[in-house]
Ligand binder design. Sequence first.
Ligand code: THU
Length: 130
Amino acid sequence: MSLIDEARAVRENAYAPYSRFKVGAALRAGSGAVFRGCNVENVAYPEGTCAEAGAIAAMIAAGETELTELAVIADSPTPVSPCGGCRQKLAEFGRHDVKVTLATTDGQRFETTIGALLPGVFSTEHMNRV
Ligand code: THU
């Protein structure tokens, strides 16, 4: 199954009763294994988690730390754009040239990279004086 189809499938399980905006994410890890995540909202709204964060958590829980490709899908007018926090989370585990495919359920695709999503990423180099 393609990464987009994996993301499309897990999106069905999203828990989004407040926004009604379901998102699915699927990533390929260093071993080739695929990990999926969906958004999980909460009545205390800021406690919700994004699909991308869920996929990263699944990868880490399985003992992997390298993200090599990502796909995200939602039912949006244009391909869904990862939030700022998720861009930083993606940069933690994927190189700047990692391919990211953003998709809509009606078939639009936008290809980008982790580096393009977050210019000026905060990195360990900023802490070199500590
Ligand atoms: N959301 C994601 O899961 N990923 C994105 O890339 C954009 C936004 C979720 C968070 C929240 O549950 C809902 O979409 C509306 O913001």
